[in-house]
Design a protein around this ligand. Sequence first.
Ligand SMILES: Nc1nc2c(ncn2[C@@H]2O[C@H](COP(=O)(O)OP(=O)(O)O)[C@@H](O)[C@H]2O)c(=O)[nH]1
Ligand SMILES: [Mg+2]
Length: 422
Amino acid sequence: MGIIVGVIVAIVIAAAVGYFLFGKKSDTSSGSQLDKSPDSDVASLKESESSDDEAGKSESKEYKSDVGTDSESSKKEDDTEDEEESVEDTPEGVRLDESAEQEAEESLKKARRERKLKKLRQGLSKTRGGMIDKISALFKGKKELDPNILDSLEETLLSSDIGSATTLWLIEIVKGVLDKDEIRDPEAIWEIIKQEVENALSIEVKPWTFTEKPFVIMVVGVNGAGKTTTIGKIASALVNDGKKVVLAAADTFRAAAVNQLEIWGRRTGCEVVKPSKEGADPSSVVFDAMKQAEEQGADVVIIDTAGRLHTQSPLMEELKKISRVTTKAMDSAPHETLLVLDATTGQNAIKQVKEFGEALKIDSIALTKLDGTAKGGVIIGICHENKIPVRYIGIGETRESLRLFNPGDFVDALFLQDSESE
Ligand SMILES: Nc1nc2c(ncn2[C@@H]2O[C@H](COP(=O)(O)OP(=O)(O)O)[C@@H](O)[C@H]2O)c(=O)[nH]1
Ligand SMILES: [Mg+2]
């Protein structure tokens, strides 16, 4: 009897020890998904909250890369790919968390991009109304297009400020499609025009790599084109990207112009090198700015210039002198000469490219005020006639409204048919 009781007691003790040693462990392994999910939900919620916070930051980071260096945005994409690859090597639980995190990040990214495209579509709504809707109306309701459409198409294009040379080029394309290729389907012809326009806009633009220090950007254009505002927006983005920027107020003839740049300087935390007095030699301001940038180890110098009537040769001479002064101070400068054009001036903008181009080597263009005009189609004429790339477009007065120009997104936003627009 004593032996039986002893055996029973021994079995009970062994069972209890077994429960403590292995029962808990097996609980964890078998019920891991169920037990972990509430926790991991909280974790992923926290993570998605913090990535929401991050979104605020990366919204500005994305904007930085949007306006700052083109290479930044592609680098960002690459980083994401790297992260995706490393997930393969991580343990199961971590993989679940990371993939949830990645999913949240992806959808945030998608939402951000959608928001930006929507703003672009809204920014181009006037130009769409002035040009694209009219072309679309010519095509609408027709099963087939006949060659008679060419006259009305030519008239529409001419009235939309893309310029006569570009109009002729597009008409020749449509004529070839109708006559030689015998394509009559309006949808197909619409797509061909859209693709040709995208090709014309896709001129390679050299990314700003800032390998030279200071990287000198000379900004030129007529009065009111948006030079100072564009400089402020670029400076803001570069500062957010961690660059030290010096602004040179070389529009010395108007005190208001210097003040305006000073306001941007305060807003963005950039030093502004000013003329000693109104009307002082702009080249000496530029020389001082370059010296200061070198002493302070600044990464970038942005030069704001005057823009009084561009047909007056003294301005062109003054700009050439500024350019020479930068080269004297640094062999490779200016690293970029950016021409700012106001889209609301229509074909005048095409003329300005030629005039400034005769005096200076224009590297790229910033086309401003696209939001306020039906004449935005001028961008097609600018690119087709001059083969100079558009680096930036301005679609508003806020800092985020300066965008790196992306031909694909631009053409998609421009060629929306009424039914698709918001
Ligand atoms: N709507 C709109 N206004 C702009 C844009 N860029 C500049 N502006 C406005 O155009 C005006 C002239 O700009 P400003 O920078 O002083 O031209 P600057 O004389 O060439 O330096 C200012 O009122 C700016 O706010 C843009 O992309 N959209
Ligand atoms: Mg100005």
